[in-house]
Design a protein around this ligand. Structure first.
Ligand SMILES: Nc1ncnc2c1ncn2[C@@H]1O[C@H](COP(=O)(O)OP(=O)(O)OP(=O)(O)O)[C@@H](O)[C@H]1O
Length: 310
C-alpha cells in the first residue's frame, strides 16, 4: 500500500534533550492512523514538523510523494491541519470567519461563500453559522477548526488531540466528522493520549513514548502484541512449582500472583487454552476453584506497550 506520509529517522532536540529520537513510520493512503502517546511524548512536535511549523534536526519526510524539505509549499496545498488550540476572532460569526480564511487561501468572495457554507454544513454548524464564535462551545470551535482545515480540499488531514477536553457528545461528533472525511478519501493522522476515545475509528495505531515509536500496527495487531487474553485461575494450594510450569507453557506471556490464591495468566493464543491449563494445574496437585478468561482490551495492550501498567 502506498504511503501518504512517510517519516524516516526524524530527530528533534530542544536544548540538550532529544524529544524525537529516530522516529520512523508510514501512514498508508486512505487510513486513519491513531498517533498515540502520553503527554510530552512528542506528538505535537511531530505534527508541527509535518505541517512545516518546525524544522527537524535530522530525518526525511515524504508527503504524497513530495519531500518536505524541498516542496513545503506544494505540500501545504494538500494538507489540512487542525491544531490543538485554534485562534478565532470572538466577535466574528462562524461564516465570516470561514469566509476570511477562504479569502486568505485566494478564493473569490462568491467561491468563499459557497465553500464556507458547504463546509460548515459538513461539520454540523449549519444552524450556527451566523452566530458569533465567542459564544461557541469548545466542541463547536473544534468543528469550526476542522471546517477551516478542509478549506483547501486536502488529501491529508492532521488533527492534534481533537477530542481533548470535549464532552462525550463532542467526542462523538468529531469522530464522526473524521470518519466521514476518511470515507471521502482523505487520509487521516490523528493524535491522542486517550486510546479509548479514538480506537473505534482508527485503522492503524502507532504508540509514541519519549520520542520513539515503541509499537505500531493495525488495531488487531496491537491487540495481539503482548497477550490477547488473561485467564484468572483460583487455586487453593498454589505453589511455586505450579507457577513455574504455567510460565513455561508456549503461549503464556507472563503470570501474576494476586491475593486470595488467584493466579493471573496472560496468554497469546488463537485457540482456547483453558482446558490444557486446567489439566496441567490439576495434574500437579493444584485445586482449581475458578477459571475465567477475559480478552484484553486495546487499552490494556496500550498500557502494556507503554509500560504504564504495573
Ligand atoms: N518549544 C519547545 N521548547 C522546549 N521544549 C519543548 C518545546 N516544545 C515541546 N517541548 C518539549 O518536548 C516534549 C514533547 O512535547 P510535545 O508537545 O511534542 O508532546 P505531546 O506528545 O504533544 O504532548 P501533549 O499532549 O502534552 O502536547 C515535551 O517534553 C515538551 O516539554
Amino acid at each position: 500500500m502506498a504511503a501518504a506520509i512517510s517519516i524516516k529517522g526524524l530527530y528533534k532536540k530542544y536544548g540538550p534533550r532529544y524529544v524525537l529520537d529516530n522516529l520512523s513510520f508510514d501512514v498508508e493512503k486512505g487510513s486513519i492512523y491513531g498517533f498515540l502517546g502520553q503527554n510530552g511524548a512528542g506528538k505535537t512536535t511531530t505534527i508541527k514538523i509535518l505541517s512545516g511549523l518546525s524544522i527537524p534536526d535530522e530525518g526525511q519526510i515524504i508527503i504524497d510523494n513530495m519531500d518536505l524539505s524541498a516542496e513545503a509549499d506544494n505540500i501545504k496545498n494538500i494538507l489540512g491541519l487542525v491544531p490543538q488550540d485554534s485562534e478565532f476572532y470572538d466577535e466574528r460569526t462562524a461564516l465570516s470567519q470561514m469566509n476570511y480564511f477562504a479569502s486568505l487561501k485566494g478564493l473569490s468572495k462568491s467561491e468563499a461563500q459557497e465553500v464556507s457554507n458547504l463546509l460548515l454544513e459538513r461539520v454540523g454548524l449549519q444552524s450556527e453559522m451566523t452566530k458569533k464564535v465567542g459564544s461557541f462551545s469548545h466542541g463547536m470551535k473544534k468543528r469550526l477548526s476542522i471546517a477551516q482545515a478542509l478549506l483547501n480540499d486536502p488529501k491529508i488531514l492532521i488533527l492534534d488531540e481533537p477530542t481533548n477536553g470535549l464532552d462525550p457528545v463532542g467526542v462523538r461528533q468529531v469522530k464522526q466528522i473524521i470518519q466521514e472525511c476518511n470515507e471521502n478519501g482523505i487520509t487521516i493522522l490523528v493524535s491522542s493520549h486517550n486510546l479509548l476515545e479514538v480506537q473505534e475509528i482508527c485503522t492503524h495505531i502507532g504508540i509514541l513514548k519519549n520520542g520513539k515509536l515503541i509499537t505500531e500496527g493495525t488495531i488487531e495487531e496491537i491487540r495481539r502484541l503482548e497477550s490477547n487474553g488473561v485467564i484468572t485461575v483460583g487455586i487453593y494450594n498454589i505453589s511455586p512449582e505450579i507457577v513455574d510450569l504455567v510460565e513455561n507453557m508456549d503461549y503464556v506471556v507472563k503470570t501474576k500472583i494476586k491475593e486470595n490464591n488467584i493466579l493471573e495468566i496472560y496468554v497469546n493464543s488463537e485457540v482456547d487454552v483453558k482446558p490444557e491449563l486446567n489439566k496441567l494445574i490439576v495434574e500437579n496437585g493444584g485445586q482449581v476453584f475458578k477459571l475465567i478468561e477475559n480478552s484484553l482490551s486495546l487499552e490494556d495492550a496500550y498500557l502494556n506497550a507503554t509500560g504504564m501498567k504495573e
